[in-house]
Design a protein around this ligand. Structure first.
Ligand code: NAD
Length: 362
């Protein structure tokens, strides 16, 4: 058993490293071959500032070359900190001119979710590869339009699901594939934090707010990735304890999923509660992770005594290096647009279920 456990850990480790291959000469993007892809961040809020820009400094295959912002007062600090050239700075009006900028290979959309489709489609139209933050977009129709725009313009579209690049999450995806404990019976997953803000886009319906898209997708992904299946029905209930803040969108969503194999999931997400865990009960064992979808330190254990605890310097750096390698080598992305769409199909069904107070078939 000890030997088996070590093999499990080593194999999962192999998955983690083999996807971060160095770029090869196969890179077929037009223009001269580069050692690193130039990335432009669109939207310089929390995630770009605190996580993505610092992580880009840790990547092997990417360089932070450009920014797109509607806030000119942010520009001097970004130029000073990251040495961004004047010619690589855009606003939302002149953004399409990025088409003529050979420094920029990838546009990373880090805006409120309702703006993801517009900027993804404009970036694809400019001939740039697109990385788009989660949730992919508020509707299935938007996601499909984004996928089509990237396909039509022959550029790649990756969704910023950093967890799927984390070897700790890949470890339980491997359990789903190999079924060492038999089939999944029941999953419990939760993703939430207390958000004390009162006037943010996360509370604004028109901008794509609501906890389901923001944090709920982590609980949903936990269930989808732990089964390796797509849910066939959902029953959901939305609630709020702060109606003065959460009157347009839900503060909390609880949802149950049914999978084709018969597995069931009870998932919870909230802007009012700190929670971050996954438990999977199989026919012959269990797996627990806590934290499950943090930026780092995700870890867990299994009923046979195996420990899931891969060190990882930066999820975001690994994500961007792997996505860049997929572009350079023209290989499959770990999280393509189609994967973002799968979540949004379920999210739409969850909202229908909560609104109509009934089970919705997917
Ligand atoms: P944020 O509010 O901190 O930043 C949003 C940015 O969009 C700001 O720079 C803001 O100026 C700009 N913006 C442009 N037009 C706007 C408008 N009409 N209203 C509001 N802002 C506007 O948000 P954030 O936390 O950086 O989130 C941005 C995206 O990144 C979201 O899709 C979010 O889900 C995602 N995100 C992902 C992770 C992750 O772990 N993958 C973590 C945090 C955020």
């Amino acid at each position: 058993m000890e030997k088996q456990r070590r093999i499990f850990i080593q194999k999962a480790g192999l998955i983690a490293t083999s996807t971060a291959l160095a770029p090869s000469t196969l890179w077929s993007v037009s223009g001269p071959k580069k050692e690193k892809l130039g990335v432009a961040l669109v939207g310089l809020g929390y995630y770009s500032t605190d996580l993505l820009a610092p992580a880009l400094q840790m990547t092997k295959n990417c360089e932070l070359k450009g920014i797109v912002t509607g806030s000119p007062e942010k520009i001097p600090k970004w130029q000073e900190q990251y040495g961004i050239a004047d010619k690589n700075i855009y606003n939302y009006q002149n953004f399409d001119q990025i088409a003529n900028n050979p420094d920029i290979d990838v546009v990373y959309v880090v805006l409120p979710p309702a703006m993801h489709a517009e900027y993804t489609i404009r970036a694809a139209g400019a001939g740039k590869h697109v990385w788009c933050e989660k949730p992919m977009a508020p509707s299935v129709a938007d996601c499909e339009a984004m996928i089509k725009a990237c396909r039509d313009n022959k550029v790649k579209l990756a969704i910023g699901y950093r967890c799927q690049h984390d070897p700790n999450i890949q470890a339980y995806m491997k359990v789903a594939r190999e079924q060492p404990f038999g089939k999944v019976r029941m999953i419990t997953s939760a993703a939430g934090y207390f958000d004390g803000r009162t006037t943010h886009w996360k509370q604004n319906k028109a901008l794509g707010g609501g906890v389901m898209g923001d944090m709920g997708v982590y609980a949903l992904q936990g269930a989808r990735l732990a089964t390796g299946e797509e849910p066939i029905s959902v029953l959901a209930q939305a609630s709020t304890t702060r109606p003065e803040v959460y009157h347009e969108v839900e503060e909390t969503m609880m949802f149950q999923l049914e999978f084709p194999s018969g597995a069931r999931a009870a998932c919870h997400t909230s802007f009012g509660i700190n929670m971050n865990y996954l438990q999977v009960n199989y026919e012959k064992g269990w797996l627990k992770m806590e934290p499950h979808s943090s930026y780092g330190g995700n870890n867990g254990s299994m009923s046979d005594g195996a420990i899931i605890n891969f060190p990882l310097e930066s999820q975001q750096a690994k994500q961007m290096d792997e996505d860049a390698a997929a572009i350079m080598n023209n290989t499959d992305l770990i999280v393509p647009g189609e994967e973002g769409l799968r979540d949004i199909r379920v999210v739409e069904a969850i909202y229908r279920s909560a609104g109509d107070n009934c089970i919705v078939k997917i």
